[in-house]
Design a protein around this ligand. Sequence first.
Ligand code: ATP
Length: 237
Amino acid sequence: TATSKVLSVSQLCKVYGTTVAVDGISFEVGRNEIVGLLGPNGAGKTTTINMILGVLEPSSGSIRIEGIDIAKQRTQALSRTNFAAVYAPLPGNLTVYQNLRIFGLIYAVKKLSDRIEALLKQFDLEAFRNTKCGVLSSGEQTRVCLAKAMLNQPHLLLLDEPTASLDPATARDIRTKIREFTARDCGGVLWTSHNMYEVEEVCDRVLFLSHGKILLEGNPKTLPAEHGKTSLEELFI
Ligand code: ATP
């Protein structure tokens, strides 16, 4: 049923003048599932994510979060979502703790102090609690962004290139943390990435977007062979 899915997108379109950025895409994200949204620059990934976030109005089509249509019950649906963008910097003059506290207050997180302590621990940020976010390395900032995104225990996490610019060990650590999120919190994840090695490792399913349409969909481990290719890279180039 629709409600067993954290995200259901149906016939979604976004048109800018004569540009069709997103051209009638339909897909779902289940609980415990990491779905990769792939495609070249300009394929429509960010436009799709912005519509799911509710910051961009679709031209047509529908988006449901746990069965709730975001066009009809926006606040209720979006309270279940959260978004972590690597390129959305946190206020740099505030400390890690202050950032988490402010966003926790905005989200009206219950037992906020306990929640912050748990997240500082989970994301290995205890040593940085009093450090201003502006001086953190990209890997440390990404961990703060993810901790922030998980403050209100979202059911759906939208991650726009969460590991871009991270070193391999930090990127692997982030992937592990996201895996833990899907396993423990039963969340669903929509993940954009240009790193095919990572996609193959972390995603349960991938959607390959080109010119606003889903061209291919499947398990990243078996999809290349199904199309007579040896790797995702070979399949998508
Ligand atoms: P990237 O990998 O580079 O981030 P993307 O897949 O996220 O690319 P989008 O940013 O979603 O791609 O853009 C999809 C298409 O829509 C592009 O052709 C882009 O130029 C166009 N587009 C996006 N926003 C607007 C806008 N506000 N007005 C006009 N065209 C837009």
